[in-house]
Design a protein around this ligand. Sequence first.
Ligand SMILES: NC(=O)c1ccc[n+]([C@@H]2O[C@H](COP(=O)([O-])OP(=O)(O)OC[C@H]3O[C@@H](n4cnc5c(N)ncnc54)[C@H](O)[C@@H]3O)[C@@H](O)[C@H]2O)c1
Length: 305
Amino acid sequence: MKIGVIGLGHVGAHVVSAIVQKNLASELYLYDLNEKKLIAEINDLEQASLLEDTNPRFIKANLEDLLYCDIVINTASKRIISGDRLKELEGTKEIIYSLFKNFNKDNFKGIIINISNPCDIISYLIHKITGIESKRIIGTGTLLDSIRFKAVLSKKLNVSPKDIYALVVGEHGESQVNAYSNCNVYGINLEKYLEINNIEFNRNEIKSLVSQAGWDIFSVKGATEYGIGSVTAYLIDCIKNDKRISIPYSHSYIYNGKIIYISTPALLGEEGYIVDSPLVLSEVENQAFMNSCMLISGIIEELNA
Ligand SMILES: NC(=O)c1ccc[n+]([C@@H]2O[C@H](COP(=O)([O-])OP(=O)(O)OC[C@H]3O[C@@H](n4cnc5c(N)ncnc54)[C@H](O)[C@@H]3O)[C@@H](O)[C@H]2O)c1
């Protein structure tokens, strides 16, 4: 499989490393505006790959090469300085126009996975700019948040993360929603599990632990990279192997009669986004999810895209 990665910063380099470790690509087409950094990253990654069972070809790509890739991953962004993902939009939207203006549904047959923040809005913008059908453009969305939620629950309940199903829906950002109604421990609904075991549970504390998890890492090391690397490799695996399993990620969604991008659990396979899987939210969760849709929809309208 030919995989292209745009932006070889903290995230892009870790995405490539995860792809190599999971043997997902035969050829890696790597592109960054900063050519010196790109060459250094390619050399480092290529040398690291020599001890793996696989040895994909590393290619310093131009934008045209990316049109022939099966999957293109976007991580290009203006350097992040604040703790608010939405603030990245102003600087990153111009970058996105310049990168994707020559992609269209006739010259690109692959799938685009967007990581750059604000993830839902940028994924939508790529769809709008390219005109490529929305099922072939997805964002990593709340898959990372769902994993963070699982990690928080695992520590709180002292249960292996493997025995927990935890779901975050909505924006990959502040308005995200912990979908408690869909969570389970050992297959038992989380609420029921807490009740049976008499466990005190402060949802506000859990919410801030989950939504702050990224910033706790970012504020110390200036990036989050390993988690998003694994998440992206997982999405690629679902596409490459047509897994059609239900996972939360950002995809097109009709809100108030218009397309937005937001995360709900959905099947993912070789054609990209397939269909939403069933999601039952409590009234409060549903209201919070609608608020998240409204926020994203409002920003898209302001963009006039
Ligand atoms: N969706 C998620 O869950 C998630 C998680 C972590 C980070 N992110 C986002 O990923 C993005 C990248 O983060 P990072 O830490 O790697 O940032 P970074 O600054 O380390 O890397 C960004 C890279 O993009 C490159 N770039 C900028 N403009 C470009 C252009 N026009 N063409 C090609 N390359 C260009 C830069 O040279 C740089 O190497 C940010 O938007 C960040 O918020 C998202």
